[in-house]
Design a protein. Structure first.
Length: 390
């Protein structure tokens, strides 16, 4: 009989924060700037250079970035927004802020990004925006999405919460569409604890997002507290409280400086998983298109029911009992009470997303993982595959 490993603990995620980040935040606190200020402006400039766009506008979350992008695009009550059902709540709920309808779309069976075929079927005269999500960090087929949008008169706003640093056909995600929303949440590939960013090459979109992120006040409202600023300000619109802070920006600047290093470690971990787990009949490993750079925000395996006699939920429990943290990304939106009650979605409408959800497990993948940590995860997966072989 196989004895399952029990001693070691591997959390699902640990932020990769070091002394440089800590010093940068402390220095910023000591400077006196603890809200939006010059450090935020530096972070925006650095992020814009890193992505390769003219504008990067820092905001309080990726949800705020998506909301402000829809506002800048002119979304109105009664409009429709195409959103993959396999995503986090934020992607669709921001449409509901406008009393617009989130029109859910199934995903493709290989990379689990938005299905172009299903999206095209669901376009109506009310459709205004299409919001692709680069799931797990694997880029969507942006050229095809943009072609579809151009042909049908739609605006593309990308949810790139998983996609730093991802590339499609050699171009950074964040440079393809009119607006792209990024996340710096605690578990993301680049973190500021909380926070987000909108990238764009469009001056008018940048100006609108900048205006609306801080109460509809003039773009450089924060400068009224500098020696060069003025106490006088003007409110142009009824905006939002979505601004970023300088301590976050200090953390973000250091994280950005080691973004490539952190990504390379994620790639190494993904390759280790690939080599070991792909040989096990109990699990399907992620597929990567040849023309992309995967960000590896998530490494998701799928349970193969024909080879394993226990369900995904029990596999998660077996892993948990042996000290391995996991997650499920995501419960499809159409399975949640709000989307069923408000928009009439029902189980069975999105078969690819539902099959994926029934089998998926996100494994630990983060730069601070040691080779020993990765080996432990692999060993436990191997042991489970033997113990519960069908």
């Amino acid at each position: 009989m196989t004895t399952l490993t029990t001693a070691k603990s591997v959390p699902f995620h640990v932020p990769f924060i070091g002394e440089k980040e800590i010093r940068a935040v402390v220095e910023t606190l000591e400077s006196g700037w603890i809200t939006t200020g010059p450090k935020t402006a530096c972070f925006e400039e650095a992020f814009a250079r890193f992505i390769g766009v003219r504008h990067a506008i820092a905001v309080s979350s990726c949800t705020a970035a998506l909301h402000l992008s829809l506002e800048a695009a002119g979304l109105r009550e009664g409009d429709e927004v195409l959103v993959p059902t396999l995503t986090f709540a934020a992607t669709a709920e921001v449409a509901a802020y406008f009393k617009a309808k989130p029109v859910l779309v199934d995903v493709d069976p290989l990379h689990f990004n938005l299905s172009l075929e299903d999206a095209e079927r669901k376009i109506t005269p009310k459709t205004r925006v299409i919001m692709p999500v680069h799931f797990a960090g694997h880029p969507c087929r942006m050229d095809s999405i943009l072609d579809l949008a151009a042909a049908r008169g739609l605006t593309v706003i990308e949810d790139a919460a998983h996609a730093i640093p991802a590339k499609y056909k050699g171009r950074n995600i964040g440079t393809w569409s009119p607006m792209t929303a990024f996340s710096f949440y605690a578990t993301k590939t680049l973190t500021t604890g909380e926070g987000g960013m909108v990238t764009t090459d469009d001056d008018s979109f940048a100006d609108r997002v900048s205006l609306m992120r801080l109460h509809g006040m003039s773009r450089d409202a924060w400068k009224r507290y500098t020696a060069e600023g003025s106490w006088r300000y003007e409110i142009w619109e009824a905006g939002y409280k979505y601004n970023f802070t300088d301590p976050q920006a200090a953390l973000g600047l250091v994280q950005l400086s080691k973004c490539e290093e952190m990504w390379r470690r994620r790639v190494e971990i993904a390759q280790k998983y690939d080599r070991a787990v792909a040989s096990l009949e109990a699990y399907d490993t992620p597929q990567v298109a040849p023309n992309v750079q995967h960000a590896w925000h998530l490494y998701v395996v799928l349970i193969e029911p024909s080879a394993l006699r226990i369900h995904r939920d029990q596999v998660i429990e077996e892993l948990r009992q042996r000290g391995i943290g996991t997650a499920v990304h995501f419960i499809p939106l159409h399975l949640h009470p709000y989307y069923q009650r408000t928009w009439g979605y029902r189980p069975g409408e999105f078969p690819v997303a539902e099959d994926y959800f029934d089998r998926c497990i996100s494994l630990p993948i983060y730069p601070g993982m040691t080779d020993e940590d990765v080996s432990h995860v692999i060993e436990v997966l191997q042991e489970i595959s033997i113990k519960f072989r069908r």
